[in-house]
Design a protein around this ligand. Structure first.
Ligand SMILES: *Cc1c(COP(=O)(O)O)cnc(C)c1O
Length: 297
């Protein structure tokens, strides 16, 4: 690089094709279902985590920060994504992990990417913002849990720029809700008409309803019955569904997020919710590292 030349600030574009997926239940209902393969963008900076980090990381690059600090649970996809993205873009990373000291494959991977881990009690975690103040962390971007906030929503919403108007329904799973909020806001900005659907993967997710309403998009449905017993709770039925789905499509889906959406979506299909001939895009937001928890007994 020539001296005096400004280093270009850019964030890699995700590789996430729209792919037609055939699954007997959907085909029998006469639906045309596509997956937006956000799971393919990167093995560990996958799906919406890639998109939610985008503007946080561009902001950090612009401010010439050298460190990233963020928060998450012991199996957090966001923690692993931040570790991998930090390594890729040249940041030192620190992950503040909720709960007692543990070791698991997800945290081990984060450490391989150079992330330093700090474990804090669940009680302190609830007030984490008061412990990790910007003034005590010079040259550091403090990224909210899950890559949330306005910057995260903005990045998450951009996926809609890559889906054309021929679709009748576009759907994603809903954890903290920032991805779905980002979609709703972007659909307003782009003046879209299709129905957006969010599938809750947490129990009692009704509390997010207000924040979705405030996004101002008219045509959406937030489905709260899809949690399958609660966050990260699995059942034999769900695991059997994953087996059936993966063996018939060649696509893996994690038991915490995407399998719950796909499973519940399939039940709605069987109940006749979607008119024959509907064209549907399902955002597959990756998170396959969550499946590693199935290997830990
Ligand atoms: C984080 C995550 C979600 C939930 O996204 P929110 O923005 O928290 O609602 C869904 N799917 C996968 C695979 C995730 O990693």
């Amino acid at each position: 690089m020539q001296s005096g030349m400004k280093k270009e600030i850019s964030y890699p574009e995700p590789y996430a094709p729209l792919e037609k997926v055939n699954f007997p239940i959907w085909d029998e209902a006469g639906l045309e279902v596509y997956f937006k393969r956000e799971d393919l963008s990167h093995p560990f900076i996958s799906g919406n985590k890639w998109r939610k980090l985008k503007y946080h990381l561009l902001d950090a690059l612009e401010k010439k920060h050298t460190h990233l600090l963020t928060f998450g649970g012991a199996y957090s996809n966001h923690i692993l994504a931040t570790a991998a993205a930090g390594a890729k873009l040249g940041f030192k990373t620190k992950g503040i992990i909720r709960g007692e000291l543990v070791s698991n494959p997800v945290l081990n991977l984060a450490q391989l990417f150079g992330m330093e881990l700090e474990f804090i009690s669940r009680e302190n975690y609830r007030n984490k913002e008061s412990f990790y103040l910007v003034e005590n962390y010079p040259n550091t971007s403090i990224i909210p849990e899950g890559g949330a906030g306005e910057l995260g929503e903005k990045g998450a919403g951009e996926v809609l720029n890559e889906i054309d108007d021929s679709f009748d329904f576009i759907m994603c799973s809903v954890g903290t809700g920032s991805t779905f909020s980002g979609l709703l806001k972007q659909a307003v900005a782009l003046n879209k008409q299709y129905e957006l659907q969010g599938f809750a993967i947490i129990k009692n997710g009704e509390y997010l309803g207000d924040s979705f309403e405030k996004c101002g998009y008219q045509n959406y449905r937030y489905i709260t019955e899809s949690h399958g017993g609660g966050y990260a709770k699995t059942s034999d039925e769900l695991l059997r569904f994953i087996q059936e789905f993966s063996s018939k499509t060649g696509i893996l889906c994690d038991q915490v997020y995407e399998a719950k959406m796909i499973h519940h979506f399939s039940k709605l299909v069987q109940s006749g919710y979607y008119p024959k001939g509907s064209k549907i895009a399902i955002l597959h937001n990756g998170g396959l590292s969550g499946m590693l928890s199935l290997l830990v007994k």
